[in-house]
Design a protein around this ligand. Structure first.
Ligand code: FAD
Ligand code: FES
Length: 346
């Protein structure tokens, strides 16, 4: 077996050097080597991984990526998550984040089960050969069986030594990956998992009063965080507010594991929010209190009024939701920016 060629990457103005295997991206090679380049989405959407190429040849795997503005393009900027070195290169980055905390690795995994959760949400369970090493709230890149489409999905379970990776996926109307996952990927199909990635993981030594806000596709990451707190030896010292949002009641789903987790916690408060004023109240998937009428960030502001700055926040979901929450908490309510953790789903 031959090993792929490697290119040496040097970071301008520093003594940081790392190897990038042919075909790997600049960002992932850096993280695999423990080098903390800035990033969030790993998908070309957020622009956090912008850099300048000083020297060398770079292939751009998504030339139209929305993470670069017209101004960035005029200046020749690139995205580390979409760049594949074709030679030794020197790059210039605005900011290094020290050492990468979590080193991702690629492995194949088999689809073990797919379970319908709502009309447009399914749980996918994959089994890999080696351990599933990740922190609650992190995500992996899944390459679908055709080898062409790769997307980011957050794990909804906890890291484990038996190689089980669970994801909650919401179908995107007309979406390429979700159509392939929901309609064409059968139990037994093989995918490639690359991970873990992401900064919105549970801070275990931090504030023990936390809020988990998951809108639609963000549910999986928030389940993982609640389970992560419940598995801690000091779980009874923790207070958790879980907010789940959707357009109508039929978009809401609270898995049974949340109720079990609740028994291990000091307090678990589950809140739901629906944004469509024409919701007809049909099929309340979620038992309990009437959902808040409005957007998820409005539900957080309403239900925690007077105590917003007491909490550390984890959020996942569509960018419109996480942006609105960030604005409401940090700009309007005075929550410290480092008390809010999310990776943009863009
Ligand atoms: C950090 C993160 C975590 C996520 N976690 C979840 C989750 O747990 N559950 C969930 O349902 N969804 C999650 N998503 C969203 C998910 O990655 C997909 O965007 C979503 O499933 C729609 O994909 P699609 O191909 O069906 O839709 P499409 O409309 O075909 O594609 C939509 C998105 O795919 C990305 N994309 C498009 N082309 C490319 C390309 N060439 N290379 C890379 N990316 C491309 C873009 O971000 C785009 O917004 C997450 C996204 C991110 C960034
Ligand atoms: S654009 Fe590269 S991390 Fe988001």
């Amino acid at each position: 077996m031959t090993t792929p060629a490697e290119h040496l990457i040097s970071v301008d103005g520093s003594d940081v050097r790392f190897a990038c295997a042919e075909g790997d991206t600049l960002l992932r090679a850096a993280l695999r080597a423990g080098v903390g380049l800035a990033y969030e989405c790993n998908s070309g959407g957020c622009g956090s991984c912008r850099y300048d190429l000083v020297e060398g040849e770079m292939h751009d795997r998504r030339p139209d990526a929305p993470g670069l503005s017209p101004r960035d393009r005029r200046k020749g900027r690139k995205l580390a998550c979409q760049s594949q070195p074709r030679s030794d290169c020197t790059i210039k980055v605005g900011q290094m984040v020290g050492q990468a905390r979590h080193r991702p690795f690629r492995q194949t995994a088999q689809l073990r089960s797919k379970t319908l959760l709502t009309h447009d949400m399914q749980e996918f369970v994959f089994a890999a050969q080696s351990h599933a090493g990740f922190r609650p709230g992190q995500y992996a890149m899944i390459t679908l069986p055709d080898g062409q489409v790769e997307r980011a999905y957050s794990m909804s379970n906890l890291g484990n030594c038996y190689g089980e990776w669970k994801f909650v996926v919401k179908r995107m109307p007309g979406g390429r990956a979700t159509a392939a996952l929901f309609d064409d990927t059968e139990v037994g199909s093989e995918v490639t998992l690359d991970g873990p990635f992401g900064h919105a993981y549970l801070r275990e030594d931090g504030n023990r009063r936390i809020v988990c806000a998951g809108g639609g596709s963000g549910l999986g990451a928030m389940i993982s965080i609640v389970l992560g707190v419940a598995a801690r030896p000091d779980s009874r010292d923790w207070t958790v507010h879980l907010f789940c949002g959707g357009r109508t009641r039929k978009d809401l789903h609270i898995p049974e594991s949340i109720a079990f987790a609740g028994r291990q916690l000091g307090a678990l408060n589950v809140h739901t929010a629906i944004s469509d004023e024409h919701d007809d109240g049909v099929r309340a998937e979620v038992e309990g209190a009437e959902p808040f009428r409005g957007f998820l960030h409005e539900a957080v502001l309403d239900r925690l009024a007077g105590s917003l700055t007491d909490f550390t926040y984890y959020a996942a979901g569509p960018p419109a939701m996480t942006d609105a929450l960030a604005r409401a908490l940090v700009l309007d309510a005075g929550v410290a920016a480092d008390h809010l953790h999310y990776d943009r789903f863009c």
